[in-house]
Design a protein around this ligand. Structure first.
Ligand code: SAJ
Length: 439
C-alpha cells in the first residue's frame, strides 16, 4: 500500500473560525502554520494559549502546539494546502448603493499574501462567507500574481494548483463538535479542484462532504443564513403582533409548534452576530430587485431592537424610582462574543438615556465595552442584581440567568425578551396596556 504523507497546511486568519479549524486539522496529524496579521494573536497561540472563548478550544490548542503540530506566524510560508478564513464584513455606510455592499478586501489580501509561495500541486480553499463569484475573483487575482502557474478554469491543460470554496457552518459555542461532524459543501472552480479539496476535508471531517461548483457553494452558505434570518423574523414579527393584541407570544408559539409541520423559532431582542445579520445582505446586494422577502426579514429583525428599546424606555420611565438590571450583552446565550449584539446596542441606548439607573449583568465580560466608559454605569453580578434591582430587562438567555428560581425574582418587574422566565408573575406583557410606548 502506498504510504501517505500528510499535507502541510497554512490557515490564513486565526479568528473564531480560523483558529479552531487550524487546531482540528493539526489534531488530525497535519503540520499547520496559522497566519495572522496580529503579532499579539500569534504570540498568544505560540504560547499554547487562545485569544477567544470557545468550548474545549484551550485544551486542544495547548495540546497541538505542545506536540509541534500547530504554530503561528505573521509571515507566510510554503504549504501544500491553504485555508483562508478571514472576515468578510459589509460596508455599513456609504452612498450610491455602497451600504450593505460586501467587503471582500481581506479575502483578496489573503490571496495576495499566499500567491508568492504557491507551488505545483497546492490547493487553495476559501472558507470565508463570500458573495457569489468571490472564489473566481480570488482565482483571477492569483492568476495575475503568478503567470507562471496554470490556473484552473483558465487553462486547457492540467492546472498546477486547485482552488475551491468550502464554507464553514459551525455554531459558536459548539464549534469543535460541528467542525468535525457537520456535512460540508465543497465547491471547486473545476470538478478536479473539488475532488482535491474533498480529499483534504476527509482527513478531519466525519460529516458527509458533498462536492459542487464554487458559485453554488458560495450561494448555499448565504442561503443557509438567510433562511434562518427569515424564520427568526417571522418569530420576531409574531412577538410584536402578540404584544399589540395582548397575547403571550411564548404560549402562542408553544402551541403552534405542536403541529407536526410547524417549527417557529424563538423571538428575541433582534438578530446579532456577524453571520445571520450580515450574510442575507450579500444576496440582496447581488439581486436587489429579486429579494423583497430577504430584505424585509432583515428590516423586521433590525426593527425588533428598536421595539425593545421603546418598550424598555416606557417601562423605566413609568417607574422613576426603580433600579434597572439589563441581563446580558452577548449576541446570544453562553458566549463571550459582543460584536453586532442587539443586547449591547439596546443596553447602551438605555444607559445613554437613564445613566447609572441602569446596571449591567454580563458574566462573560471581564469589563464593559468601550461605549460604557465614563457613563457611571456599574457592572454587577446576577446575585447583586437580584438583591438591589427592581426592574429586570432580559436580553440574553445565558444559562446562569435561566436557572434563577422564581422565589428569588417573584417581586421583580421583568421585561423578558427571550422568554426565559415564563412563570414570572410581574412580566411586562401583563402591564403592556398601561405602558405608554414610544411610536
Ligand atoms: N436568534 C433568535 N432566535 C432564534 C435563533 C437565533 O433571536 O430562534 C438570534 C440569536 O440570539 C443571535 C442570532 O439570532 O442573536 C444568530 O444566532 P444563531 O445561533 O442563529 O446563529 P450564529 O450567528 O451563532 O451562527 C450562524 C449559524 N447558521 C445557521 O444556523 C443557519 C451557523 O451554523 C453558521 O456557521 C454561522 O451563522 C456562520 O458563521 O455563518
Amino acid at each position: 500500500m502506498k504510504s501517505e504523507t500528510k499535507p502541510s497546511v497554512c490557515v490564513v486568519g486565526l479568528g473564531y473560525i480560523g483558529l479552531p479549524t487550524a487546531a482540528v486539522i493539526a489534531r488530525a496529524g497535519c503540520k499547520v502554520l496559522g497566519l495572522d496579521v496580529s503579532q499579539n494573536v500569534v504570540d498568544t497561540i505560540n504560547r499554547g494559549e487562545i485569544h477567544i472563548e470557545e468550548v474545549d478550544l484551550d485544551g486542544l490548542v495547548q495540546g497541538v502546539v505542545a506536540r509541534g503540530l500547530l504554530s503561528a506566524s505573521v509571515e507566510v510560508a510554503a504549504a501544500d494546502v491553504f485555508v483562508i478564513a478571514v472576515p468578510t464584513p459589509f460596508h455599513k455606510d456609504g452612498a450610491d448603493g455602497a451600504k450593505h455592499a460586501p467587503d471582500v478586501s481581506y479575502v483578496l489580501e489573503a490571496g495576495r499574501t499566499i500567491a508568492p509561495v504557491l507551488k505545483h500541486g497546492d490547493t487553495v480553499i476559501l472558507e470565508s462567507t463570500s458573495p457569489v463569484g468571490t472564489t473566481e475573483e480570488l482565482r483571477d487575482l492569483i492568476a495575475r500574481a503568478r503567470p507562471d502557474l496554470r490556473i484552473p478554469g483558465l487553462t486547457h491543460e492540467t492546472p498546477d494548483i486547485s482552488i475551491a470554496y468550502c464554507p464553514e457552518r459551525v455554531l459558536p459555542g459548539r464549534i469543535l463538535e460541528e467542525l468535525t461532524n457537520n456535512d460540508r459543501s465543497i465547491g471547486g472552480i473545476t470538478p478536479r479542484c473539488a475532488r482535491k479539496a474533498l480529499a483534504f476535508y476527509k482527513r478531519f471531517v466525519r460529516g458527509e462532504c458533498v462536492t459542487t461548483d464554487a458559485r453554488s457553494a458560495e450561494m448555499t452558505k448565504l442561503v443557509e443564513n438567510a433562511y434562518r434570518d427569515v424564520n427568526i423574523a417571522f418569530a420576531n414579527e409574531l412577538s410584536i403582533v402578540s404584544d399589540a393584541m395582548g397575547l403571550d407570544v411564548w404560549e402562542v408559539i408553544r402551541l403552534a409548534n405542536r403541529h407536526p409541520r410547524v417549527n417557529i423559532l424563538t423571538p428575541g431582542p433582534g438578530v446579532g452576530g456577524h453571520c445571520i445579520a450580515v450574510d442575507p445582505w450579500f444576496i440582496v446586494h447581488g439581486a436587489p430587485e429579486d429579494t423583497p422577502l430577504i430584505r424585509t426579514a432583515r428590516g423586521v429583525n433590525d426593527h425588533k431592537m428598536h421595539h425593545v428599546i421603546a418598550k424598555a424606555e416606557g417601562l423605566i420611565e413609568a417607574h422613576p424610582a426603580a433600579k434597572v438590571a439589563c441581563l446580558g450583552l452577548a449576541f446570544k446565550a453562553n458566549i463571550d462574543d459582543f460584536r453586532e449584539s442587539p443586547a449591547r446596542f439596546i443596553t447602551s441606548r438605555l444607559v445613554r438615556k437613564f445613566g447609572p439607573r441602569i446596571h449591567v449583568v454580563e458574566p462573560y465580560a471581564e469589563e464593559l465595552p468601550i461605549e460604557f466608559t465614563d457613563t457611571g454605569v456599574a457592572q454587577i453580578d446576577i446575585d447583586e442584581a437580584l438583591e438591589t434591582c427592581d426592574i429586570f430587562i432580559v436580553l440574553v438567555d445565558h444559562d446562569v440567568f435561566k436557572v434563577v428560581p422564581l422565589a428569588e425574582r417573584a417581586e421583580k418587574l421583568v421585561y423578558d425578551t427571550r422568554g426565559i422566565w415564563p412563570d414570572q408573575p410581574r412580566a411586562v406583557r401583563e402591564d403592556a396596556a398601561r405602558l405608554k410606548l414610544a411610536p
